[in-house]
Design a protein around this ligand. Structure first.
Ligand SMILES: [Zn+2]
Ligand SMILES: [Zn+2]
Length: 891
């Protein structure tokens, strides 16, 4: 047995135990075993990523589940890996090249991709090492990367099958386009931000005859790409104009007035310009009304040759200024007004996103969504919290085809080839040698790569060897649980369900736990601009991984965000420290060699009449704790699990049980030996209960206990409910003793009795059972309340000057004679009362001041009220004590 170090310093042992677990292969799944399976795939962090608080939360919760199930005897697979994160990674290397005075274009596609791979080998995946610092028990032998060859094969296979089933097509469509990144980006990558925009009203005159139509726009440069004006079909103001043509200012083009019910009659003039190539709504309206699309910008956001000569080559914002000027000069700019509104910005580079018509690949997703909705509706996949099902269904109900292509170089190439001779488009698993239509060999690969989320959607089975029929796939698919943030419910979770059903016939997981968002202490979202981002590795360094993990668990109330305060984390660091010191106390009182035969885990052998009341009580409380933890974990109530462990360890075990054990330990002999066994066994058992949340600390202490069996606590059996028994009588009796002790302690404090001083206690029991208990447990009572004597009296009121209190079924009195100088104490109390009363008056004045109540912030007012109330209670207590001293015999 090694001695537990004096000071709790997690840095000294965290890494050591992680290496110990790895060397024992604790985290490695074993498909050959016949144990029940418990499987999770990690939400793969970006290969460029660095651990943030979202990861810390998400992975702590997964690790709690993995460690819990492993200790329960399951064969656990927690499969880790990283995502190649197309656009994010490409930008990292872009920036590197820029610093070197080079560029992606200068390097060329092949060399660039090679360069990204080199970057990935050198720096990528650092985040996995950071997960180890957090204690995550992933099966590192199965680490995957979404762009590794095996997973690329899965991506190609999935793409080809979807193509063969007619679910993938290529078409011109409006997408979110970043002119700086020069690629389509997903809705997820578009960040709406408020801008101080303007609304411009333009006047389009009719081509023939008198009159005009006014239209409003926030992006006047797009008018160069207008191909029509739309009005509502039932709008009487415009009924006569439908079918007529207007002359588009600054151009020589004539465009028609069309009717479409999407127009909002009440907004602006009730007529809208239609720019199909640069607005998603207009694109849809154009498709309905047969208007053509005219692209007026290139991929970099510069005006192209489809606009009149003066604007060609201008950046879209230069073009805007020029168009406004020219419209004004032409007298057709009718009104300009301020119009603050939200505009989408590129998440990666901050550029304003342009709706842009371009040739893209799409996945027809509605048929896949139907199956995915059914899988959730009929309970094959269960969401916690359940309300996320509503968001899921709502999104699935209005789902539109998924643009799966990106104009990047880093990613899975789309497995398609274009024939230069006959224009044939071929999709194939392997690079074709010749065109299957004309037989020519002039084939060029499609330049696009797939959206990163396409490969992520296959993650639960591509990581297990699909499309091959591997042992892992047969054993571990479908997985059991997925733990993820809500921000990727649609982009990832929903698509995994679709793809799992499509390619495996089974949803990829049985339950989904959706975490809240880690916010700062004030409840604000963490962001670089606010400067309130907290680095989990920094927290690990300062508080230890266990305190961070415990904080995450304790705050993980389903459906709620987590306002992270350092105070709270410091509190859980203190909790770890408390446990550490308790373990040292237990170790110092450990059974002597040969004193105790090894008892079975869980304290089963210790139950019986021979045990002291306090022993029976703590074993009963432990039994309840086992039940609470089991129930909490089964329901993803990490918070309830943490709180139950905290309450038991801090309050019941440390505050009360350790104190209760002292008389027996001092007495020596058989009762001391028994108490030592209970102390040790309860500690050993609660360490196992706590291990999934605080793996390092529990291992460090567990290794020093004589009660342990095995090489690591990570493989010890998880305590289950029903191993001990609930001893309701012992709990009732200890509750009563605790109440009596608390009352006496309060009396002592109110009377200002020196903590070292022992006092006598008189009691008059009104309940025979209570009387018997106090008579029987006088020794325990004396030790806990620092009493010199405990005496039952028939009529407590007759006993002269005494401080009195009432507990359930019993009156208590501490005689004051000889205990304190009553006159001096009275003077002290009066002085104290005066002081507090004056202090309270000051606060009361504030609270009566209407000006203060009106102007002060609500939290300041609440604080003053709180102080006022606290002072009031203190004053009442002191006044009561003073009355006791002034009139002997009064309660
Ligand atoms: Zn961008
Ligand atoms: Zn051909």
């Amino acid at each position: 047995m090694t001695a537990i170090e004096k000071v709790y310093d997690p840095r000294r042992f965290e890494r050591r135990w992680y290496e110990h677990w790895e060397s024992l292969g604790v985290f490695t799944a074993d498909p050959a075993s016949d144990r029940p399976r418990y499987v999770m795939v990690i939400p793969p962090p970006n290969v460029t990523g660095r651990l943030h608080m979202g990861h810390a939360l998400n992975n702590t919760l997964q690790d709690i589940l993995a460690r819990w199930r492993r200790m329960r005897g399951d064969d656990v697979l927690w499969l880790p890996g990283t995502d190649h994160a197309g656009i994010a990674t490409q930008m990292v290397v872009d920036r590197e090249l820029q610093k070197e005075g080079s560029s992606r274009e200068a390097l060329g596609r092949e060399a660039f991709v090679e360069r990204v791979w080199r970057w990935k080998e050198e720096y990528g995946g650092a985040i996995l090492g950071q997960l180890k610092a957090l204690g995550c028990s992933c099966d590192w032998t199965r680490t995957r990367f979404t762009l590794e060859p095996a997973l690329s094969r899965a991506v190609r296979e999935a793409f080809v099958r979807l193509w063969e089933d007619g679910l993938i097509y290529r078409d011109r469509f409006i997408v979110n386009w970043c002119p700086r990144c020069r690629t389509a980006i997903s809705d997820l990558e578009v960040v709406p931000q408020p801008i101080a925009g303007r609304l411009y009203t333009l006047r389009y005159p009719f081509a023939e005859g008198e009159g005009f139509i006014d239209v409003a726009t926030t992006r006047p440069e797009t008018m160069l790409g207008d191909t029509g004006v739309a009005v509502h079909p039932e709008d009487e103001r415009y009924a006569a104009f439908i079918g007529r043509k207007v002359r588009l200012p600054l151009t020589d083009r004539l465009v028609p007035v069309v009717a479409d019910p999407f127009v909002d009659r009440a907004f602006g003039t009730g007529a809208v310009k239609i720019t199909p190539a640069h607005d998603a709504n207009d694109f849809a309206a154009a498709a309905r009304t047969g208007l053509p699309a005219l692209l007026v910008m290139d991929e970099g956001g510069r005006m192209n040759d489809n606009v009149p000569a003066p604007y060609r080559g201008l950046d879209r914002f230069e073009a805007r200024a020029r168009v406004i000027e020219d419209l004004r000069a032409a007298g057709v700019l009718i009104e300009v007004k301020d119009h603050p509104h939200q505009v989408g910005h590129c998440q990666r580079c901050g550029t304003i996103v342009e709706p842009y018509l371009s040739m893209q690949w799409f996945l027809r997703i509605a048929p896949l969504a139907e199956d995915a909705v059914r899988a959730v509706a009929d309970g094959r996949v269960v969401f916690t919290p359940a309300h996320w099902v509503n968001s899921y269904n709502e999104w699935m109900g209005k789902i539109h085809d998924w643009c799966i292509s990106r104009q990047l170089w880093w990613g899975h190439p789309i497995p398609a080839w274009h024939c230069g001779a006959c224009g044939r488009l071929m999709v194939a698993r392997a690079t074709p040698e010749r065109c299957d239509a004309c037989g020519k060999t002039a084939l060029s690969p499609d330049p696009d790569v797939l959206d990163t989320w396409f490969s992520s959607a296959l993650w639960p089975f591509s990581t297990m060897g699909w499309p091959d029929d591997t042992v892992d796939l047969r054993t571990y698919y479908p997985t059991t649980t997925l733990v993820s943030g809500f921000d990727i419910l649609f982009f990832w979770i929903a698509r995994m369900i679709m793809m799992g059903l499509k390619f495996r016939g089974e949803a990829p997981f049985r339950s989904v736990y959706i975490t809240g968002l880690v916010r700062d202490a004030e409840g604000q979202k963490m962001s670089k601009t606010r400067g309130n981002v907290v680095d989990p590795l920094d927290l690990v360094d300062r508080y230890g991984a266990d305190a961070l993990r415990f904080t995450m668990a304790a705050m993980a109330t389903p459906g709620a965000d987590l306002p992270l305060s350092e105070e709270r984390m410091a509190g859980y660091r203190a909790f770890a420290n408390k446990l550490w010191n308790a373990a040292r106390f237990v170790q110092m009182n450990a059974p002597a060699e040969g004193e105790t035969p090894a008892a079975p885990a869980g304290g089963g052998a210790l139950h019986g009449a021979a045990l002291a009341l306090s022993d029976r009580w703590i074993l009963s409380r432990l039994e309840r704790l086992r039940g609470e933890v089991d129930e909490a974990l089964a329901a993803f109530r990490f918070d309830e699990m943490a709180n139950a462990l905290y309450r038991f360890l801090w309050h019941e075990y440390c505050d009360w049980y350790l104190e209760m054990s002292k008389p027996a330990l001092i007495a020596g002999g058989e009762s001391a030996a028994r108490t030592r066994r209970v102390l040790g066994e309860v500690l050993e058992c609660v360490l196992r209960l706590l291990h999934p949340v605080m793996p390092f600390l529990t291992e460090e202490i567990w290794q020093a206990l004589p009660e342990r069996t095995g090489e690591t606590i990570a493989r010890a059996a998880y305590p289950r409910p029903g191993e001990g028994r609930i001893d309701a009588a012992a709990e009732r009796e200890i509750d009563l003793l605790v109440e009596v002790v608390t009352r006496v302690r309060n009396l002592r404090a109110e009377l200002n009795v020196d903590p070292g001083r022992k006092v006598p206690l008189l009691y008059q029991a009104h309940d025979a059972e209570v009387g018997a208990l106090l008579a029987r447990e006088g020794g325990l009572l004396r030790s806990l309340a620092r009493l010199e004597s405990v005496e039952a009296v028939p009529a407590i009121a007759a006993r002269g000057l005494a401080a009195r209190a009432v507990a359930a079924g019993v009156d208590l009195a501490v005689p004051l004679e000889g205990l304190l100088d009553v006159d001096a104490e009275k003077t002290r109390l009066r002085r104290e009362l005066d002081k507090l009363t004056r202090e309270r008056e000051g606060h009361a004045k504030k609270l009566q001041n209407a000006d203060f109540l009106e102007r002060a912030r609500p939290e300041v007012v609440a604080k003053v009220r709180g102080i006022d109330q606290e002072l009031g209670e203190k004053i009442d207590r002191l006044a009561r004590t003073l009355r006791t001293l002034e009139s002997p015999g009064a309660p």
